[in-house]
Design a protein around this ligand. Structure first.
Ligand SMILES: *[C@@H]1O[C@H](CO)[C@@H](O)[C@H](O)[C@H]1NC(C)=O
Ligand SMILES: *[C@@H]1O[C@H](CO)[C@@H](O)[C@H](O)[C@H]1NC(C)=O
Ligand SMILES: *[C@@H]1O[C@H](CO)[C@@H](O)[C@H](O)[C@H]1NC(C)=O
Ligand SMILES: *[C@@H]1O[C@H](CO)[C@@H](O)[C@H](O)[C@H]1NC(C)=O
Ligand SMILES: *[C@@H]1O[C@H](CO)[C@@H](O)[C@H](O)[C@H]1NC(C)=O
Ligand SMILES: *[C@@H]1O[C@H](CO)[C@@H](O)[C@H](O)[C@H]1NC(C)=O
Ligand SMILES: *[C@@H]1O[C@H](CO)[C@@H](O)[C@H](O)[C@H]1NC(C)=O
Length: 827
């Protein structure tokens, strides 16, 4: 699974909901958190980390980044490295005796590569180090201290590390592509013009200012109108049937725009029967806060309540009327929706106030009361929800197929035939997989009519406010929540262009990916990247015989599963990155009107939802991807038994087709091995070679695995270690090929006084450099199954004897524990 960010399909629901969490899907999921929220991905993948950039879609949230041009970044690095290497020499002279760094072992006549690219690589490695640290005690700081010092955490970001830095560079590449005006072919010109239109709509802040809150008000109004049905008299007692009809229509509308509320549906493999047959999954919805723990924190709840109060107030009926009067420009309101404008009475607290008819309603007070009720209601939803760790890591507990009638008879407040008809599935489902059956009953019990309309509007407001002008009250309110959740400095807004390129990636990522790939992923990149991965798979298979807790039968099956894994590298063939016609068709429903950012984003979400439902009842598309080509991440998808590496991560400092193998196996090789071992981790091991949930290990192997797992759990509690799983595989794969290789792939770099083995480990540690604010760290721990980066590095190497050997660590060193204290899973 990927645990990382990417997740799944680009269902639009996922995209838009980045604010909210995503649904959970079947098994594993992931999530990310960006912006305000995380998303949980749906099930199925596990990436490298949750959070960072998009899975296909997330990103709204308004996390902005400053952009650094690629070239700029390179120059900076070079310059910095000069300075740092100076200090390196100084510290080496003074402190060298305390450091157990061995001298290189190569023969003195072996000359390093002195080409510019080698000098640059050396400089970038040197500048990332802090050689005043002892690698045997604090390897993370040793390998990354220089980088962390020269990359202070920007005020507008909750975290910033190697992944984010590369993501910035990738965005700059996409930006350059949009900025050039070369003409390629008529179809490409059409795609590029869509990309540019979308980008411009985001960049044109003066138009956004003119538009103000109108599109969101209009959206909220549509929800109100649907919820209330035809009945304009809010004091009348609604018949039960009307409530069901209104609620069903409002929820279907919200979901069709990719916004979660009350519950969520996903379309994914039927892992218990046929993982390639796509069926309906029912799950809990994303929340306005990243996970349920937040609903027990009074200080966060205070912020959340006040944010919702501001949103509900700014979207109140009176505000609508005011805006309506101002909005003489027809551009502000979709004519097609004119039938739901003007607004219906709102908010629905009319009963109390209708007595004193002349008294003006205190809108602030009413919004305050309503916000409180919404938060209480959502807290109950959170309590009724399954914990994220179970949702993400327990594929068996979250696979509960039931007849559809079980769902429809449990949540009687929703008329499901009407709901489904909105999404026009090609085959009407008769069965649904529930991630947590108890949730449906709980939801039915807590649904209450006096708050649900405000709740739905709050969901929409939180999700869509980022697409308004930064000068609107709605944008500011939502931003306040992001700041509280990530620790971003108040008022620190990043570079708009970087944010807007991020929006282009999230909404038109396969289109932007076509040009990104053309520019960055040429030559033998695909072959060389794939070779690293297949080497790792071979090395993994070879290691199976050495694993003491796995018996022969299980080892054979494990090797079969490893062989069956589909490796996808670079870019998808569905839509086909190489074919402009395929890309054009894929995005035909996404609008890119230069003056309508909000509507463009909503059209993208709607298109994603539509595509998701279109899959229902079909076979899995083996060429589809859950991440975009420019994404800096990777994932394993258990039901599909595939590992996927976008071109976006096949770039320095992860990979370059020109690098010596000891560098690229430490970085990208480790990433590949990490994803591979997800196929055999506590959740991944439950899927067989076809991606079906099945106990395919023997009982004794399962027992052995559990013993090893408890070792990691124990270590984690004292030490917070990550799975050290991938690194040793990458090391072995490199060693295996090093023996065979000719010298052209193992050449030395200038000015680096380290052995190849040491550089392998340094290359590994470098990709995990990341500075993070405490609030963002808390969020990550609560939503990302991966452990924090420092422990990911130090914990991992402490379990690998080869590391201590490479750095000649003394017996008592922290990262050289006695073998009995190491957890060696995949020796
Ligand atoms: C882009 O193309 C237009 C005409 O097609 C030309 O006038 C303009 O100079 C070009 N801009 C750049 C930066 O090449
Ligand atoms: C609304 O009322 C009109 C006429 O009164 C009726 O034709 C229509 O079906 C109603 N719509 C809904 C959603 O009830
Ligand atoms: C409305 O209620 C708020 C909150 O209780 C209060 O601060 C404000 O003064 C009231 N406004 C009016 C006009 O009564
Ligand atoms: C739905 O299934 C659950 C568990 O399988 C069961 O407890 C519940 O009674 C069923 N509800 C209905 C309405 O069939
Ligand atoms: C790919 O890149 C080449 C060389 O930079 C350029 O000539 C070609 O037009 C590009 N193709 C596309 C589809 O952008
Ligand atoms: C394996 O364990 C399961 C339950 O733990 C048991 O039902 C099954 O019979 C065992 N299989 C063998 C071959 O012992
Ligand atoms: C690689 O280098 C070693 C020693 O440095 C040398 O003995 C060997 O012949 C070289 N191999 C090739 C293929 O150049």
């Amino acid at each position: 699974m990927k645990e990382t960010n990417g997740n799944q399909s680009p269902s639009f629901s996922e995209r838009i909901n980045s604010i909210a969490q995503e649904p959970l899907t079947p098994l594993t999921k992931i999530l990310l958190v960006l912006g305000l929220v995380l998303l949980l991905t749906s099930s199925v993948f596990i990436g490298l980390f949750a959070g960072a950039q998009h899975r296909l879609g997330l990103g709204h949230g308004g996390e902005d980044h400053k952009h650094t041009a690629t070239t700029t970044a390179t120059l900076t690095t070079t310059r910095t490295s000069t300075i740092l290497s100076t200090s390196t020499f100084i510290s080496t002279t003074t402190v060298a005796t305390s450091l157990p760094i061995p001298e290189p072992t190569k023969s003195p006549e072996e000359t390093p590569c002195l080409e510019p690219r080698c000098v640059i690589l050396s400089a970038s490695i040197l500048s990332s180090l802090d050689t005043s640290q002892d690698p045997c005690e604090n390897f993370y700081d040793f390998a990354n201290g220089g980088w962390l010092k020269s990359h202070p955490l920007p005020a507008d970001k909750g975290s910033f590390g190697t992944f984010e830095a590369l993501s910035q560079e990738n965005k700059q590449i996409v930006k350059d592509i949009l900025g050039s005006n070369s003409s390629v072919s008529p179809l490409d010109d059409e795609i590029l013009s869509k990309l540019r239109g979308f980008y411009s709509s985001c960049m044109d802040e003066s138009t956004l200012d003119d538009i103000g809150i109108a599109p969101l008000l209009h959206f909220a109004n549509t929800i109100r109108k649907l919820y209330k049905g035809n009945d304009t008299d809010i004091t009348a007692t609604l018949e039960t049937g009307d409530i069901v009809r209104g609620l069903t229509a409002a929820v279907a509308f919200l979901h069709s725009r990719g916004i979660e509320g009350l519950f969520s549906f996903d379309v994914d493999g039927d892992v218990g029967v046929d993982p390639n047959h796509l069926v309906l999954w029912f799950s809990q919805p994303g929340l306005g806060l990243p996970s349920k723990e937040y609903f027990e924190e009074e200080s966060i709840l205070d912020v959340y309540r006040s944010v919702l109060q501001r949103l509900l107030l700014t979207l109140s009926e009176e505000a609508e009327e005011e805006v309506q009067q101002l909005s003489s420009s027809p551009a502000l309101v979709d004519n097609e929706d004119a039938n739901v404008w003007p607004p219906w009475p709102w908010p629905p607290w009319g009963g109390d106030d209708s007595d004193d008819g002349d008294e003006p309603v205190n809108r602030t007070l009413e919004a305050q009361k309503l916000a409180k009720k919404v938060v209480e209601f959502e807290s109950r939803i959170a309590q009724a929800s399954l914990d994220l760790d179970v949702l993400q890591q327990d594929p068996i507990a979250t696979y509960n197929p039931v007849p559809l009638s079980n769902l429809t008879q449990t949540i009687i407040q929703i008329h499901f035939p009407t709901y489904f008809s909105t999404f026009t599935p090609r085959s009407y489902p008769d069965r649904v997989v529930m991630t947590y059956p108890a949730y449906a009953q709980s939801l039915s019990d807590i649904l209450s009519t006096d708050v649900v309309e405000a709740y739905l509007i709050a969901r929409a407001a939180l999700t869509l406010s980022p697409y308004l002008s930064q000068n609107t009250e709605a944008w500011k309110a939502q931003r306040t929540l992001v700041e509280a959740l990530t620790g971003i400095k108040k008022g620190a807004v990043g570079d708009r262009a970087e944010y807007c390129i991020g929006q282009v990636e999230e909404n038109l990522g396969f289109a932007a990916g076509r040009y990104f790939v053309n520019k960055t992923f040429g030559g033998d990149s695909r072959e060389k990247g794939t070779k690293v991965i297949t080497d790792i798979v071979e090395s993994f298979k070879a290691s199976l015989e050495r694993i003491d807790w796995m018996d022969e039968e299980s080892a054979k099956l494990a090797a079969g599963k490893a062989d069956a894994i589909r490796v996808k590298v670079g870019f998808p063939l569905s839509p086909d990155t190489r074919d402009p016609g395929s890309i054009t068709r894929y995005y035909s429903d996404v609008k890119a009107d230069k003056k309508r950012f909000f509507e463009n984003v909503v059209s993208s979400a709607t298109s994603q939802t539509f595509k998701k439902w279109l899959q229902l009842g079909r076979a899995r598309d083996p060429e589809a991807w859950e991440m975009f080509p420019s994404t800096v991440n990777a994932y394993f998808n258990p039901p599909a038994n595939e590992i996927v590496f976008p071109a976006g991560i096949l770039r320095p400092p992860f990979f370059s087709q020109e690098w010596p193998a000891y560098i690229s196996y430490g970085s990208f090789g480790h990433v590949a091995a990490h994803e591979l071992t997800h196929a055999f981790d506590s959740a991944g091991r439950l899927y067989n070679q076809e991606g079906k949930l099945e106990q395919w290990w023997t009982n004794s192997t399962s027992e052995g695995f559990k013993v090893k797992q408890s070792c990691i759990v124990e270590q984690y509690s004292s030490y917070y270690i990550d799975d050290g799983k991938g690194l040793i595989q990458a090391y072995r794969a490199w060693k295996a090929r090093q023996d065979l290789s000719d010298n052209t792939t193992e050449y030395l770099l200038p000015g680096l006084k380290f052995t190849r083995e040491q550089l392998f480990f340094i290359s590994f540690a470098r990709i995990w450099a990341r500075a993070i604010k405490p609030a963002a760290a808390v969020q990550r721990i609560r939503t990302d199954p991966h452990s924090p980066n420092r422990f990911r590095v130090d914990g991992t190497v402490s379990n690998i004897p080869e590391f201590a050997k490479a750095f000649k660590c003394s017996k008592g060193a922290k990262l050289n524990p006695p073998n009995g204290d190491r957890c060696i899973f995949w020796s």
